[in-house]
Design a protein. Structure first.
Length: 265
């Protein structure tokens, strides 16, 4: 291996570690929480943000200084899991010589709900079947996580599905959807609400887009089915493709008929 290739791989690996640290902190504590933690570390060691998250040894040391032993479980455990996964991937790649491995793409879900017990249920159930599930307890944190992952992974469509409870404090589901669609107009979103008619109409008038809605209360199996329902997704995409040809009332009627038929199954 040439020195230039080694240097490139080493730099790329360090960047991946930095991304793991930053995303893990944002996922757990939001953007403001991340900034607060890093600012405290910067004050303690006199290093810059880039230096701290770019040096795993320094970062772990600062976690111990700032948080003590509780930092292991609150911060480092999740980061270590991701780094170990990265290490395993590197080993697998090193042991594979020009043999393409076909793997099913891991589905990525981002779910926002202000009820912690529901988020825990979603996390435990939906992470099955090769899924990566990230949860947020409000719309603002959901938006921060969405933007952070999109930016750091340089993928506008990083998340396959974003599931939003409509009734949340601060940014509600509709407001969160509006901001997410500014980042990625093609993002698939599913609203969770007890008022399907209102949500469908609001999405058409406020966003000019028909968005899937699952009616609360619902079973986790019903949500799982909607996530996997390609036919339902295709029907809503067809409504949105025809948005210039049909007025809101027609699109509303079509969307409601589709959802009513789906919910009667």
């Amino acid at each position: 291996m040439s020195n230039s290739k080694f240097d490139f791989n080493h730099v790329r690996y360090e960047n991946q570690i930095s991304q793991i640290i930053e995303l893990s902190l944002i996922d757990q504590y939001g953007t403001n929480g991340y900034k607060s933690i890093i600012k405290t570390m910067m004050k303690e060691c006199g290093k810059s943000e880039k230096e701290i998250i770019g040096n795993y040894g320094l970062f772990t040391n600062m976690v111990q200084v700032v948080f003590g032993r509780i930092g292991d479980t609150k911060i480092l455990d999740s980061i270590k899991m991701e780094i170990n996964k990265l290490e395993r991937d590197k080993i697998n790649q090193a042991n594979t010589i020009e043999v393409p491995i076909i793997q099913n793409k891991q589905m990525r879900l981002l779910i926002a709900d202000d009820e912690p017990h529901l988020l825990s249920l979603y996390q435990d159930w939906l992470k099955l079947d090769n899924r990566h599930v990230i949860t947020a307890e409000n719309g603002q944190k959901c938006l921060e996580i969405y933007c952070a992952h999109s930016k750091l992974n340089q993928l506008q469509n990083y998340f396959d599905v974003v599931i939003l409870d409509h009734n949340m404090p601060g940014l509600n589901g509709l407001q969160t959807a509006i901001e997410i669609l500014k980042v990625n107009p093609k993002q698939r979103i599913i609203f969770a609400s007890g008022y399907i008619e209102n949500i469908v109409l609001d999405s058409l008038t406020e966003i000019n887009k028909a968005i899937e809605v699952i009616k609360k209360p619902f079973s986790i199996e019903a949500l799982d089915d909607m996530i996997n329902n390609k036919t339902l997704l295709d029907k809503f995409e067809e409504i949105n493709l025809n948005q210039k040809e049909e007025n809101i009332s027609i699109r509303y009627s079509i969307a409601m008929e589709i959802l009513n038929n789906y919910n009667r199954k």
